[in-house]
Design a protein around this ligand. Structure first.
Ligand SMILES: Nc1ncnc2c1ncn2[C@@H]1O[C@H](COP(=O)(O)OP(=O)(O)OP(=O)(O)O)[C@@H](O)[C@H]1O
Ligand SMILES: [Mg+2]
Length: 209
């Protein structure tokens, strides 16, 4: 993975936060803003972001909440991320493009911590072995899970497997993301997502004026 690490000193930006907090909305806004500044930007997402990883996404986000064991789930997420990295992220960064990803490795760290905290060591070990890349900047959109959940479930996308874990789970996720912002203060920026779309977007785009 050394070759991968060498070429990532570019603009790799990720959005993280609980379900329905506005990640996809804000990622889209930021891509439009960066494009308007003249940058070549790709907008991608996890799980998914490459043909193979999108196939794995369906296995992860659809179906019963207890469909996979925690261990199997970590392996599926890591497999999807590796394909996303190889096929989409690294080639784009190597070509001088900016990459805006809706979720990345932080989601696995936090979701795993919220379900089976004792497996966090495996998450970190797999990340070091198979991914080995951190974003240059991560926006963590923070808000009350009750308000966020009502936004998310209202969409009825058929991809509600994680939302179906319930409110307690979302509360643990929120705390997990807040802890993560403290663990990685250099790259993480905490954003208050409870406000209107324009107000949230203004905070984010202001970083790239
Ligand atoms: N600041 C906001 N205020 C009100 N509604 C919002 C705001 N941001 C997003 N929404 C709406 O809330 C819903 C969820 O937003 P979005 O899809 O961007 O969240 P998400 O974090 O990507 O969710 P998920 O984790 O489920 O993918 C959408 O219908 C979106 O239009
Ligand atoms: Mg989304």
């Amino acid at each position: 993975m050394t070759s991968v690490q060498k070429i990532t000193k570019r603009q790799f930006i990720t959005f993280e936060g609980i379900d329905g907090s506005g990640k996809s909305t804000q990622a889209k806004r930021l891509v439009a803003h960066l494009t308007s500044l003249g940058h070549d930007v790709i907008h991608t997402r996890e799980p998914g972001g490459s043909a193979g990883a999108e196939e794995i996404r369906r296995l992860l986000v659809e179906g019963d909440p207890d469909r996979w064991s925690a261990e199997t789930e970590i392996l599926l997420f890591t497999a999807a991320r590796r394909d996303h990295l190889e096929k989409t992220i690294i080639p784009a960064l190597a070509a001088g493009k900016w990459v805006v990803s809706d979720r990345f490795a932080d989601s696995t760290r936090v979701y795993q911590g919220a379900t089976r905290g004792d497996l966090r060591g495996i998450v970190d070990a797999l990340h070091a072995q198979m991914i080995g890349v951190e974003p240059d900047m991560t926006f963590i959109i923070d808000m009350d899970p009750v308000a966020a959940l009502s936004r998310g479930l209202a969409r009825k996308s058929g991809e509600d497997r994680f939302e179906d874990f319930g409110l307690d789970f979302q509360e643990r996720l929120r705390q997990g993301f807040l802890d993560l912002a403290k663990d990685y203060p250099d790259r993480c920026r905490l954003i208050d997502g409870s406000r209107g779309i324009d107000a949230v977007s203004a905070d984010i785009t202001a970083v790239f004026e």
